[in-house]
Ligand binder design. Structure first.
Ligand code: TRP
Length: 486
């Protein structure tokens, strides 16, 4: 069977790396990671998070890139083609469709949060944040959200900017914009870390992030770490698979995936090192949650020398990080409309943008006019977050791991990944045993089953048996490979 010719390709090796890192580095790194690290106990959580990135994040990312490149297309088509090559069930395309939908739904509430960052860059400049107490700044944040026009205006601005870049195409839009935005982001981040170093509380921030306390290793924290690993690497939401379909043959998938994951992790850690010292230097609470960067941080900037300048720099950085992520969320949909239905990227962006605006409107209104509408205890914004992060991403991840680990003939992935026998065996171990078992635990947990309940100890027994089976498999795969390569 002849392989599909790629329609679009990155112009350089850095195209994918910058675009995928752009999608990975976002509000998840700068806002969520520092905050949940604080909540789950600093160093111990960081360690579990790193383990999840290594054991599950990177193998699943490699799988997604390989599926995208092998099938050369947007998620539905790419998976469809790979499965057809394998002679399997076309129903697997649903996994691609779900990923695409997931990215789209994430974007519809992400534009609201990204809108906050854009608005705060502006507010930092025009003096509306010149208040001197947490209460007053909390009031500014609340007033911003209570006003549908303000909140909506900034969100729509982010949405339009995103659609405009995506409409311009893979090379002229996405690649061209991430090419200057990502280095810009790195420079801003380093400047902010430098500023934090001069704040006098760098040590406290550092200890907060890296102090290891073994008693903080709990099932709950492990699950949070796993969920965040998926979110922060943009897995199972269409972006990595679609971006992967533009990678030229011959570029190493493993090396690329590692590089993206390392960059993403470094940004998360550096963001923590930039934020916490500033928070501590001003005697504030590190676990303030959503308000951390929008309430505590502006106050800290008010109190520090050159605070306004660095505040603007900070929010501009968050805005850029959010924008490059937003681009990744809609790319799969626009690529799908273009490849499958021949709709130009511009028209596709307009069409998907219209639907997007309707859904995001509901997300915006859930902060003001519709805040009383809370079916099953969650407002619309929280529902979007819950459905995508707790269900769609892990589900997509587990299905992709099963597809690549069990369903596809081993030549397909081996050929596409192009790994040495040992590396291939390790990847196989992860996608066959480690990822499915861990992700399954997330689901059981979501259903309200306690991990450390004595009755549920079989969980751990099961994982242990699976891990042993995995090691056996790894050994066999290795023997087979050595044999085959002779
Ligand atoms: N990784 C992004 C962040 O950390 C969020 C994200 C999740 C994402 N899924 C995505 C970004 C899909 C782009 C595409 O903020």
């Amino acid at each position: 069977m002849t392989r599909e010719k790629p329609k679009n390709l990155w112009r350089s090796r850095w195209g994918f790396i910058l675009a995928a890192t752009g999608s990975a580095v976002g509000l998840g790194n700068i806002w969520k990671f520092p905050y949940i690290t604080g909540e789950y106990g600093g160093g111990a959580f960081v360690l579990m998070y790193l383990a999840c990135i290594l054991a599950i994040g990177i193998p699943v990312m490699m799988t997604e890139i390989a599926l995208g490149r092998r099938g050369r297309g947007s998620p539905i088509d790419a998976i469809g083609r790979v499965v057809r090559e394998n002679g399997g069930n076309p129903l697997w395309k649903v996994v691609g469709g779900m990923g695409m939908l997931c990215g789209f739904l994430i974007l519809s509430f992400y534009v609201v949060v990204a809108g906050w960052a854009f608005a705060y860059t502006w507010k930092m400049l025009d003096g509306s944040l010149a208040a001197t107490s947490v209460e007053a700044l909390g009031g500014v944040f609340e007033a911003h959200n209570a006003d549908p026009w303000q909140l909506g205006g900034w969100s729509v601005l982010v949405a339009l900017l995103t659609l405009w870049i995506v409409a311009k195409g893979v090379q002229q839009g996405v690649e061209r914009s991430v090419r200057w935005m990502m280095p810009g982001l790195a420079v801003m981040l380093l400047a902010l870390v430098g500023y934090a170093l001069s704040s006098g509380s760098f040590r406290a921030g550092f200890d907060f992030l890296f102090h290891f306390d073994a008693s903080k290793i709990t099932g709950e924290a492990l699950l949070a770490a796993l969920g965040h690993a998926f979110f922060t690497l943009s897995l199972a939401s269409g972006a990595i698979l679609t971006y992967g379909s533009y990678i030229p043959d011959g570029q190493s998938i493993a090396r690329t995936a590692f590089l993206v994951a390392i960059c993403d992790t470094c940004v998360a850690l550096l963001a923590g090192l930039a934020i916490f010292p500033i928070i501590f230097a001003n005697g504030m609470n590190p676990s303030a949650g959503p308000g951390l960067i929008f309430i505590s941080l502006p106050l800290a900037f008010q109190q520090m020398p050159f605070g306004t300048a660095f505040g603007v720099l900070f929010f501009a950085m968050v805005s850029i990080a959010a924008l490059t992520s937003a681009i990744g969320m809609i790319e799969a949909t626009v690529a799908y409309l273009n490849e499958k239905h021949g709709i130009s990227r511009f028209k596709g962006a307009v069409a998907s943008g219209s639907v997007l605006l309707v859904i995001s409107l509901l997300a915006m209104l859930s902060f003001n006019l519709m805040s009383d509408w809370t079916p099953l205890g969650k407002n619309f914004f929280d529902w979007l977050d819950y459905l995508t992060s707790r269900w769609m991403m892990p589900l997509g991840g587990i299905f992709m791991a099963i597809l690549a680990g069990y369903v596809l003939r081993s030549e397909i992935m081996r050929d596409e990944l192009g790994l040495a026998p040992g590396g291939y065996a390790l990847w196989l171990l992860m996608v066959r045993y480690v990822s499915p078992v861990l992700i399954l635990m997330v689901f059981l947990h979501a259903l309200g089953w306690l991990l450390f309940d004595p009755v549920m100890q079989w969980h751990w027994v099961l994982s242990f048996i699976m891990a042993l089976a995995g090691l056996g498999e790894m050994k066999r795969a290795r023997v087979r490979q050595v044999f085959l390569s002779r």
